[in-house]
Structures are given as structure tokens and as C-alpha cells.
Design a protein around this ligand. Sequence first.
Ligand SMILES: Nc1ncnc2c1ncn2[C@@H]1O[C@H](COP(=O)(O)OP(=O)(O)OP(=O)(O)O)[C@@H](O)[C@H]1O
Ligand SMILES: [Mg+2]
Length: 258
Amino acid sequence: MTAPDPTPVEVETPFEVGLATEGLSKAFGGVQAVDGASVQFHHGKVNALIGPNGSGKTTFFNCVTGMIRADAGTVSYRGRSITGKAPHRIARAGIGRSFQLCRVFPRMTVLENMLTAVRPGSLPRLLASAHHRDDVERARELLARVGIEHLERAEARDISYGQQKLLELAGVLMADPETIMLDEPAGGVNPALIERIAELVRSLNAEGRTFIVVEHNMELVMSLSDHVVVFDRGRPICEGPPSVVQNDPRVLEAYLGI
Ligand SMILES: Nc1ncnc2c1ncn2[C@@H]1O[C@H](COP(=O)(O)OP(=O)(O)OP(=O)(O)O)[C@@H](O)[C@H]1O
Ligand SMILES: [Mg+2]
């Protein structure tokens, strides 16, 4: 009798480093939200960043994108330092992001929201300057891509939360980012729109865009990602392909608190 073959282990091949941090830390008063996190995301892939509530994922995103200043540590993108740079500089380096709590202007139309996404600056100034034909054309193309072009004249507050998330994603695409960071794209979104978001991530990735996705919907994470990083208490505790991560006892422990 021969012994059964050992379960095949998915082995990751060498990868190109995209966004990376070394010893990134951020405390709020006594709370160490990000705690010396050293992470390397895979360029050209769909990366997921998961972890229990309060494990520091959003704070990590905020530090990396320059929204808040880290207390310590470095951030680099494709080998170049972006440590301490302002959000618009980081955007110019090719990194776009969405927010956990969707950021759209509720009283502006869907199309107007798209046009504000393209030119950071004061609201009156950008409204006055944004209506270039190219921008409008591009905005319409992207609205069609995410499937809400029929809503361009609706005020953002009148469309569903899931549609607002699609609007936010379309807005992120206005800047043509190479790497897209999404903070809970499926949170509070109905299943049909979750599927649409998943398909968009897949097709945008197939066209060469890198993703780093924070998400609690495990089915979505496991079906979408090439590489998963698991956070607990402000730092990575485990990483690898989905099939490896989901069977790692450290991950179960972090989630179940056992
Ligand atoms: N602005 C802030 N002021 C004070 N404490 C904060 C602030 N932002 C985050 N924290 C704390 O830092 C820790 C990490 O929070 P963070 O929002 O980064 O976690 P998360 O992993 O994104 O959680 P979730 O999955 O619930 O979105 C938490 O203890 C949180 O209460
Ligand atoms: Mg969060």
C-alpha cells in the first residue's frame, strides 16, 4: 500500500514588489493602530489585506497614501521612497484609493462627482475649470464601464450605496492609477453589485492594474486575490496565496480570538 500523496501546497513564485512598507507605525494616544508593519505587495496582482476589526487596516492605508503621517517607518512604491509624501504626490506616483465610508459629494450629480475627481483643489475652482470636453468624455466612458452611465444626472445622494461605491471607483479611475487601493469595496453593498465590483477588479487587473483590497467578505477575498496579507494588532501575521492563508491556524486564532 502506498501512502496518499501529501496535499499539494501552492507555492508562490518570485514576484515584483509594488507598494512596500518597513516598520510602519502609527499610534493614537495609547492605541498602537499600526505596529511596525513590514509588508510587500505584489505588483500587477490582486492583493488582499484582511484582519479583524480594529487591526489597523484603514490606518495602514491612511499612512501609506499620506492622509495621516506615520510615527515611524518607510513606504516605497516600486523601489522608490514615498515616505512622508503628500497625498497628491502619492497619487501622481500612480496610486489611487477609495474610502471605507464612501466619499462622494451628495448634492452633486454623478457626472459632477466624476469631474471633481480629476482635479484636486477647491470646489468652486474645480467646478469652474473641470468641464473640459475630454474630461466629460472620459467620465462618461468610466461611468459606462462601472455600469451607472444612466445615472449621470442623478444627485449622488439619490443613488444606492452600492452605486455610490461604483461611482467612487469610477472616480478613482479618472486619475488612471496603476495601483488601486480599495477599503471595503463590498461593505454594505448588495450581492448583485458585489459581483459587478468583483468583475471590474478582475478585468482592470487583467489590463495591468494592481489592486490592494481591504475586505471582510471572505468569499470575495478568496475568489479575487492572488496574494493575501493578514493583519492582527497592526502588523502582518501571515501571508500567502488564499489557499494557504485560509488554512493557517494563526489566522483562525486572530479572527476567533482563541
Ligand atoms: N482617528 C483615530 N483616533 C483614535 N483612534 C483611532 C483612529 N483611527 C483608528 N483608531 C483606532 O486604531 C485602531 C485601528 O483602527 P483601523 O480603523 O485602522 O482598523 P481596521 O482594521 O480598518 O478596522 P475595520 O475592519 O473595523 O475597518 C482601532 O483601535 C481604532 O479604534
Ligand atoms: Mg477599516
